[in-house]
Design a protein. Structure first.
Length: 499
């Protein structure tokens, strides 16, 4: 019998996506289903999903959820890939413009605690013997603060319940709300404790999941280690160290259908590991599209990212003059901190034939940058997993990364030893300084001017298996182990002995 798992998320690509969670929610469930897990995805019935599935039938009504949580209807739909969706329909909470968390003006919705308290409460209800559905999950898999409160609701449920897993995609976002929120979302007063949901005078959705969840995962092994330290634990390292026996790091995969240079409709010329030379046509197409001088005698560095300090992109404008003297070109796509948007726009204005800054996001252009750039830049100060470095490897675009989180787990620095043993696939530096970044950029330029070395780097990266197949099997194994532990815990000792 297939194990039933409810995957609770606040995002799913392509309809609702602000970061990596949306990509994970789109790609992991189909991979889990291929690994014989009966997974269904619970998320809000946002306008984009209402437009995609306007005829999704109502299968249940969720009411009497506690506190100020409103009544909601539950709809069912199925993606084109065959993944079943459970859509939480509550117009007062989810039928609004903007992204899931912010208005069009960039302000957080003032009722986010209610909105995501409702999503978490719905997940917990479906994972309990009070569920209105005949399909009952044995595991509720929560993702980030927006659904992690489900673990607390399940903990306080007085009946049969599913086990809970909370995956931390980024510990920096914790879902902090005021003291009165506890009653508003229907949690008992006993949850307000250091050994509970309270966090320095706030109610923390994320801490609730970390404390009450039956298991914790993060999106890379290195990040699982880093978040247990004072430096990267975001104030939760003590709790995470306490729970380290139930903490795992499972490296994300990528959607290898959507991100495949051999079939990608967004690029100018398709290619694979046997025809890497065709990649050069994408470089020329990218240069023409961005108004850069069309040249094949210098390296083109690419960036697709949120423009924030976390991503280490404040290190790059300092290097503009050195980059021009190298010489090299730079193509940037992203948005974020206004000062960084302005800094990259100023660089492009100063060097219009060599630097391009596209402020905003364009899915097609992001693919063309991955295919057309020679080198991809990800100098992140911290990076729980990162996906773009894996896209870059798959597209034969060796990445430059800082040694942190999933970047450290996927990119192997190019040096004589790693070139000799066939593992080198990019360039890695340790300290988040302009000097360290520049040294790696220089090393990459030297290697780029040596075609045999560069081809080896490209082939090593393109040969890496970055699919969801292995991570899905790791999650499936974790689900089954957790379910077995729950079964053993619920079985009287006498029955275990007689068995």
């Amino acid at each position: 019998m297939k194990l039933h798992v409810l995957f609770a998320t606040s995002e799913i690509a392509p309809w609702v996506k602000t970061g990596g969670l949306g990509d994970v929610a789109a790609a992991l469930p189909p991979a889990l289903r291929a690994a014989r897990i009966d997974v269904r995805v619970l998320l809000p019935y946002y306008p984009a999903l209402a437009a995609a599935f306007p005829e999704a039938p109502v299968v249940a009504e969720l009411s009497g959820l506690g506190g100020r949580l409103p009544t909601a209807r539950l709809r069912e739909a199925t993606t084109a890939e065959g993944t079943p969706l459970l859509l939480l329909d509550c117009p007062v909470c989810y039928d609004r413009p903007g992204n899931p968390y912010l208005s069009n003006a960039g302000k957080e919705w003032t009722d986010n605690a209610i909105r995501f308290g409702l999503l978490s409460r719905g997940a917990a209800l479906l994972g309990s013997d009070a569920s209105p559905l005949s399909w009952r999950p044995r595991i509720v898999h929560c993702n980030d603060w927006q659904t992690s409160l489900a673990a607390a609701y399940l903990h306080f449920h007085n009946g049969v319940r599913a086990r809970s897993i909370i995956t931390v995609h980024n510990l920096a976002f914790q879902g902090l709300f005021g003291r009165t929120t506890l009653a508003e979302i229907g949690l008992p007063e006993s949850a307000w404790a250091i050994a509970g949901a309270e966090y320095y005078g706030y109610l923390s959705f994320l801490k609730s999941g970390l404390y009450y969840g039956d298991w914790i995962t993060t999106v890379s092994p290195s990040y699982a280690t880093e978040i247990c330290t004072d430096a990267d634990g975001m104030g939760l390292d003590g709790l995470l160290r306490q729970r380290s026996a139930r903490l795992s790091g499972i490296l994300n995969g990528i959607d290898t259908v959507q991100w495949n240079p051999a079939t990608d409709p967004n690029i100018a010329a398709r290619y694979d590991i046997a025809k890497i030379s065709t990649k050069a046509r994408n470089k020329a197409a990218l240069q023409r599209r961005l108004g850069l001088e069309v040249r094949n005698d210098l390296p083109l560095f690419g960036v697709v990212s949120r423009l924030t300090e976390q991503k280490g992109l404040d290190l790059l404008p300092i290097l503009a003059e050195k980059l021009m003297a190298m010489p090299a070109q730079l193509a940037v796509l992203g948005s974020g901190a206004r000062e960084l948007e302005e800094a990259f726009s100023a660089m492009a204005a100063d060097y219009p034939l060599s630097i391009s800054a596209s402020i905003g996001f364009d899915e097609g252009l992001s693919h063309l940058i991955e295919a057309g750039a020679d080198v991809f830049l990800m100098p992140s100060r911290f990076e729980p997993c990162g996906l773009n470095q894996m896209y870059s490897l798959r597209y034969g675009t060796p990445p430059i990364v800082r040694a942190t989180g999933g970047l450290a787990d996927t990119v192997v620095d190019c040096n004589p030893a790693t070139l000799a043993n066939g593992t080198a696939n990019g360039f890695v530096f340790s300290t988040a300084t302009p000097e360290a970044l520049w040294e790696s950029m220089l090393r990459s330029a030297v290697a780029w001017h040596q075609p045999p070395v560069w081809r080896r780097l490209q082939r090593n990266g393109m040969a890496r298996d970055s699919s969801w197949a292995k991570p899905a099997l790791q999650y499936a194994d974790l689900y089954r182990r957790l379910d077995l532990l729950a079964t053993l815990a619920a079985t009287p000792p006498g029955q275990l002995l007689s068995a």
